[in-house]
Ligand binder design. Structure first.
Ligand code: 5GP
Ligand code: SF4
Ligand code: MG
Length: 457
């Protein structure tokens, strides 16, 4: 998911709205904006299912008065998977007062915590685990920052979070730094967001990443920082650079566009012996890698596939049948460009293998001679439990077939996946994979993953 929060401006809701449009790629299931009321007693808010565009009319934005606001776009990975049901921010009243909260990412020890709290009398309205944090806060008779610290020490996972509480905008990030969260400034006002692109579109300036295990409290234009626990060895999700983040965002001080180009260059080095007429991306996620590949190899860059931008991300559609239909609708070959050619085709990932298979079929129907398929992520062999939607092992093609079988299955002349080391190096990793989570390639997770969490997949 994606989150954004800011404070100190009359048009807070309008700014959050623009921020959510900018973060739309991080989640299309639902969205929401909450603005603290003048008296701090509750929130003006609006939630909507689906895309942000068109849902926050001027009349609606007019009702979202206030100077302290947060927003969220939801990308369902756990819980009820559709529509408005789990739209965030979640709004609560408890002994502390009114709280609005939104989370990007996932908590992994949900089952046990939820069961314990329910046994003790807690009532849950949502299937999303964000609600857990509020229950944990509500039980503590401490000042809100300390209550939050205690709550965060009970949960494990990969997340960035934001909260509104009595004139305070509070932001926090998991101890491993798995999900991103950045701090910026617009004029004299601080803001936080999942990605720098949302800050820059609003005319703001990126200051720094929120540190792993850090809690930021922003109040009346003043920023204070603390840590809820000892930060762990950094484990930034490498998929942010590979696929999830916008190319104009800066992750860990490093440009996503450059990381992707560099991945393309490294693939070109891995594939020195392959001869081809053209290099072409699977739009949009393969663009920068294909550009990097072309520059490194000297093979001309061409655009041989058209993407329909008015579709959601096919990955998110709920059934296999729908994913396949939408994949065909979404990408289409340009016959005149690909016919009779030996091509190097670049995409970001092979998950189930459905996208690749469909696309390669279509390209062949349009007369392509040979396809050498190059991919900017290593083989995905394990599900993500930290907020990226990778399915269980039973659906991951690299868990169920050998490389040679996959070459046959998707129908290419050759298939090349970037190595973990090359991917990490390209993303600005120091000495191999240090600093990055790569659990979906290694099956080694930075946090504990309980049996029940594993089996829930
Ligand atoms: P597959 O068809 O192999 O299951 O999925 C791979 C394709 O899905 C790639 O083209 C990738 O760009 C796209 N995709 C869309 N959303 C996601 C996501 O959340 N994670 C990953 N790994 N790929 C995604
Ligand atoms: Fe990112 Fe993979 Fe780690 Fe999930 S398991 S956080 S997708 S690197
Ligand atoms: Mg793609």
């Amino acid at each position: 998911g994606g989150i954004i929060g800011l404070q100190g401006t009359q048009d807070a809701a309008q700014m959050i709205h623009v921020g959510l449009l900018t973060l739309q790629h991080r989640g299309q299931e639902s969205s929401g904006i909450a603005v603290e009321k003048e008296d701090g007693d509750f929130f003006n808010y609006h939630m909507s299912d689906g895309l942000v565009m068109g849902k926050y009319t001027p009349a609606i934005l007019e009702t979202l008065k206030g100077t302290s606001a947060i927003g969220h776009v939801r990308y369902p990975t756990t819980g009820i998977k559709s529509g408005l049901t789990d739209a965030q921010p979640f709004l609560f009243k408890c002994a502390h007062g009114s709280i609005a909260i939104a989370l990007s990412g996932n908590i992994v020890n949900t089952e046990a915590l939820r069961a314990k709290l329910a046994k003790e009398g807690s009532i849950f309205q949502h299937s999303s685990e964000t609600e857990l944090i509020v229950h944990l806060i509500a039980r503590e008779k401490l000042p809100i920052e300390n209550a939050l610290k205690k709550a965060l020490n009970k949960i494990e996972g990969g997340y960035g979070g934001i909260m509104l509480f009595k004139g305070k905008l509070i932001a926090f990030r998991d101890p491993y730094g798995i999900r991103p969260l950045v701090l910026g400034k617009i004029g004299k006002n601080f803001m936080v967001a999942s990605e720098t692109s949302a800050i820059e579109v609003l005319g703001g300036k990126y200051i720094r990443d929120v540190e792993p295990a850090e809690i930021l409290v922003i109040e009346k234009g003043k920023l204070s920082s603390g840590f809820f626990t000892q930060p762990k060895k950094e484990n930034n999700c490498i998929f942010e650079q590979v696929y999830f983040s916008r190319p104009d965002s800066i992750v860990r001080g490093f440009s996503v566009a450059e990381a992707r180009m560099s991945m393309g260059r490294k693939l070109a080095q891995q594939m020195k012996d392959i001869k081809a007429d053209i290099v072409m991306p699977v739009p949009d996620s393969g663009f920068f890698a294909a550009l990097g590949f072309a520059k490194e190899s000297g093979i001309p860059f061409e655009m041989g596939l058209v993407r329909n931008h008015y579709m959601g991300r096919s990955f998110i559609k709920s059934t296999q049948h729908m994913r396949e239909v939408v994949a065909k609708l979404k990408l289409f070959p340009i016959g005149g460009i690909v016919k009779g050619k030996n091509i190097i085709l670049i995409d970001d990932s092979i998950v189930r293998g459905t996208t690749a298979k469909k696309m390669i079929n279509m390209l062949k129907e349009h007369g392509v001679k040979n396809i050498h398929f190059a991919v900017t992520s290593p083989p995905i062999i394990a599900p993500c439990f930290y907020g990226i939607n990778t399915p269980s092992k039973s659906e991951l093609i690299y868990c169920n077939m050998s490389h040679e079988q996959i070459v046959k299955e998707i129908g290419v002349t050759s298939l090349h996946l970037i190595t973990i080391k090359n991917a990490a190096d390209a993303c600005g990793g120091i000495s191999g994979c240090q600093g990055f989570c790569s659990a979906c390639f290694t099956d080694k997770y930075p946090t504990k993953i309980s049996k029940s969490t594993r089996e829930a997949r």
